[in-house]
Write a protein that binds this ligand. Structure first.
Ligand SMILES: [Mn+2]
Length: 335
């Protein structure tokens, strides 16, 4: 279905739900440009990759809902779809959901290298030419690693040279846009797509005073926690932090890279009844991620990274589990 056909049938009150990061913001900006002017845009509660019951109830009264750059749980989508028309644009690995318009080339088995962001997929679907928002979403999701994706990086380089921008400036724009969710400002996340719509010159992003202030706030907070004391057990560093900012991945990465040791960070300050746990290691963490999931925790990551959100009363036992796993890996290696 073409974007004209899809959007021509949209009547009544519309809602756009988007991820809180740069890709989500840029995808929202691209969609807002084409959608009826009265559409409302929302991001989920920061840190939640699902909708709460309150959100589902509140959103069910809209005539149509567009979700972009988020693979919300299938049961969330099905509950919404009982009451309203749902459309999804995404690039996360997710099975197609019956009864809704689900545009996801990755889910359909296409090469992720050719569809590197939601902004890219949305831009392609809309039939737009190359533009800053389409590319910023890509840089947001991949940062410097996109430089190894030859065809896409060539597009970025040639766009930069016509627009008199550098790749580092694109990266700075990403940090500025991401600063809104990192300081926990949900309203600012929702305002950002509208600001981007108004910015005709890309340099305006670099000049946004509020976003620049966010960045310096974040930097101070990150340094504070990197310098704070930590526990050490058999070459494993454990750092406890208490911050309302979403900086746990950055703090973990910096400590791990500076020390060269396995690093575990717990943040008790982000959620009310949950703690964030983040692990970075030279070992394969996949079994630990599986174990976390088996315990019923929200748990994800990659080979060398684990991120989890656990109920506060489970934090200490899961930490023990993590440390035991990391020590065991050392011993296995020594044999
Ligand atoms: Mn994305």
């Amino acid at each position: 279905m073409s974007s004209e056909e899809l959007f021509a049938n949209l009547n009544g009150a519309g809602l756009l739900i988007h991820h809180w990061d740069t890709d989500g913001i840029c995808s929202a900006r691209l969609l807002l440009e084409r959608l009826p002017k009265n559409i409302v845009n929302k991001t989920p509660m920061l840190g939640n990759y699902f909708l709460t019951d309150e959100e589902i109830t509140a959103y069910s009264s809209y005539d149509f809902i567009i979700i972009v750059d988020m693979a919300l749980p299938e049961d969330n989508i099905l509950r919404l779809a009982q009451k309203t028309k749902v459309m999804i644009f995404d690039h996360h690995l997710q099975q197609s959901i019956p009864g809704v318009f689900h545009h996801n080339p990755i889910g359909a088995g296409k090469d992720p290298l050719l569809y590197p962001s939601a902004s890219w997929i949305v831009n392609d679907f809309l039939g737009n030419s190359m533009n800053l928002s389409a590319l910023l979403g890509i840089v947001g999701d991949h940062e410097k690693r996109i430089q190894t994706n030859k065809p896409i990086y060539e597009l970025i380089t040639s766009f930069c040279s016509t627009e008199h921008l550098t790749f580092d400036e694109l990266l700075t724009m990403v940090y500025l846009l991401d600063s809104n969710y990192k300081v926990g400002d949900r309203n600012a996340v929702e305002e950002a797509p509208h600001l981007l719509l108004g910015y005709t010159d890309a340099h305006r992003i670099l000049q946004n005073v509020r976003w620049k202030n966010n960045l310096s706030l974040l930097e101070t907070e990150i340094i504070k926690y990197i310098d704070a004391p930590f526990e050490e057990k058999q070459n494993i560093l454990l750092k406890r932090i208490h911050t309302k900012f979403n900086i746990i991945s950055t703090v973990t990465r910096k400590i791990a890279w500076n020390s060269g040791k396995d690093t575990v960070v717990v943040n008790t300050g982000f959620f009310k009844d949950m703690d964030q746990i983040y692990v970075r290691s030279g070992k394969d963490l996949q079994p630990l991620i599986q174990q976390g999931k088996m315990f019923g925790y929200r748990c994800g990551g990659k080979r060398e990274v684990l991120g989890a959100v656990v109920p506060k009363e489970k934090t200490e036992s899961f930490l023990e589990e993590i440390v035991r796993f990391l020590i065991l890996c050392v011993e296995t290696k020594k044999q």
